[in-house]
Structures are given as C-alpha cells and as structure tokens.
Design a protein around this ligand. Structure first.
Ligand SMILES: [Zn+2]
Length: 299
C-alpha cells in the first residue's frame, strides 16, 4: 500500500464539536510563547495540571476526569525512569546526528514524527525504528489543532498514524499534538485511532535562535524529576534554523546527569505510564478503543 494511502476512514462520523476558539496567527514561535507563558509546559504535576487546564481549553470538557488523568497525559511514569522524547523529525539534515549520539550513549528514545517529514524520508524513519527507538505520532502537519475542525483533525491524525504503520510495520501507541494543544475532536480522534496522548514534564526551549547547549541543559534540568518526560527536538523544521545543534550539544551532559542521579533513561514504552487517559474518555462515536500493544507486543 502506498505510504500516502489512507486506510482509516470515517472522519465524518467524528463527534464532539469544540467551541470556536480563536487561534493567534503568530506562527510556531508565537504559539510556543503563548503556551509557555501560560505555564502549559511547565514541569511538576501541579504545574502541569494548572497549565494544561489553561492552555488546553477543550480539555476542560472532560474535567471530571482531569485531576486523576493528567499525570498520564503529562507523561509522568516510573520515578526511577526518565523518558526521552524528540519531536518534529525525521529530518535528514539533523536526525542522523541524534541517532549517532544516542547510539554512542546507549540510549533509546521516543521520536514523535511528523507525517509530512516521514513522507519525505521514510528510510530514515525505518532507520530510527531499526535502531530500537520508539516511533510515535506528532501529527501529519504541525498546525495547531485549535485551527482544525473535527474532520480535519481526524484526517491529520489518521494520515500520520497510517503512514507510520506503513513505514515501520507498527502503528504508533503515543501521540503528542503540536504545541501540546489538545481539543475535544482531537481526543475523540485519538481514542478511535488507538493513540494515547502524552505531553511532557520538562522541555529545553531548544527551538529558539538563542538556544545553546548550556541553555537547553539548564532549562531541562530546572524541571527534571524522576518519572518525568523530557521534550526535545531533533529537527528545526518548525524551529529557528540550526536550533537542533543546541539540542544535540546538550544531549551527552543531559544523559550523564540523569544517570548520575541514579535514574534510567529511555523511551515512553519503558516509562511505566499507561493508556488510562484514553480508555477513560467519555464514550463517543466510533468503535471502542483498543490499546496498541507496547513495544515487543504481538500486534
Ligand atoms: Zn512539534
């Protein structure tokens, strides 16, 4: 099947309209600043709870579940483990350098791929998977989901999910929306597609032109805790040109520092966080959610 063939259909059945919410047309940097200022991506359970509730307005529609479920959404797992995740690849200009650095360090990570990037570099996606890294979905495009309707949201996720399944032979388990912004249609779509949303608890602000290895390292360390999920970027396709070099430069010291604290570091598959969030969503249209087995599963 062609990588671009959509085998998942039925977007028109997607229910759960979200209210019209204006999206600032300030581009990636502006959206990130907005979310950052709101504290959405701040670390620590309480901060994530408050921040996500502010910056993810549609998520409040599942408010009765939010308090219990947000730790999973934030990627909080085994306190002896740190999940390392990268967004926006695969990028032939930068991802191979991350592959090499992770191989040198003996670390496997979770890569949240963009469908439009994977479509251009499927061999690199296969290389990531063959190296033992976990492949997850970031979306087909990188548009904020607040600007998409239910059908467009479903199509974006389904298209990206299907391409990953075609390229790697395994459908992704995890999904992280661009900018960490969730909407009700997106949650419904994720549930129907067997995707578990996961955000992050620490990031490196590694997308800015001013980022340096030292700044990335210091920013991650500020919020780094056992059980946390670290967000970095292995591509500058939505960032300042060359910003990935700061991330790459920070990586060895970041890994060493985590290990020095007696913590293991690896992909979300080994992080001990589950799919409770998606399984507990209110019933919507479509079939009942079926969790995708973790790495090593039979499906
Ligand atoms: Zn991204």
């Amino acid at each position: 099947m062609s990588p671009t063939t959509r085998r998942t259909t039925g977007a028109s059945r997607t229910a759960g309209a979200v209210g019209t919410i204006g999206v600032p047309r300030t581009g990636a940097a502006g959206i990130r600043r907005t979310i950052g200022a709101a504290g959405a991506a701040v670390l620590g359970g309480a901060a994530v709870l408050a921040g996500a509730a502010h910056a993810v307005p549609a998520l409040t529609s599942v408010a009765p579940l939010r308090r219990v479920l947000l730790p999973d959404l934030a990627g909080i797992g085994d306190p002896r483990h740190v999940a390392l995740t990268f967004d926006d690849g695969p990028d032939p200009a930068s991802t191979p350098a991350f592959l090499a650095a992770l191989d040198t360090a003996g670390v496997r990570a979770t890569f949240f791929l963009l469908g439009r990037m994977l479509h251009r570099a499927p061999a690199l996606g296969r290389e990531l998977a063959a190296a033992g890294h976990e492949i997850a979905l970031h979306g087909w495009g990188h548009r904020c989901l607040l600007a998409r309707g239910p059908a467009g949201t479903y199509d974006d996720l389904a298209r990206g999910r299907d391409l990953i399944a075609d390229v790697t032979g395994r459908p992704p388990r995890w999904w992280r929306p661009p900018y960490g912004v969730l909407t009700t249609p997106a949650l419904t779509a994720a549930r129907r597609l067997g995707l578990t949303p996961v955000l992050w608890t620490a990031w490196g602000r590694d997308w800015t032109a001013r980022a340096t290895p030292a700044s990335v390292l210091a920013t991650v360390r500020k919020d780094l805790v056992g059980g946390g999920t670290v967000l970095l970027h292995d591509s500058d396709c939505t960032s300042a040109p060359g910003a990935w070099r700061a991330t790459l430069g920070a990586l060895p010291a970041l890994i060493d520092g985590i290990r020095d604290r007696g913590l293991a570091i690896g992909p979300l598959a080994e992080h001990g966080t589950g799919g409770v969030f998606v399984n507990s969503l209110p019933a919507g249209s479509g079939s009942r959610y079926q969790a995708t087995p973790p790495l090593g599963g039979s499906a």
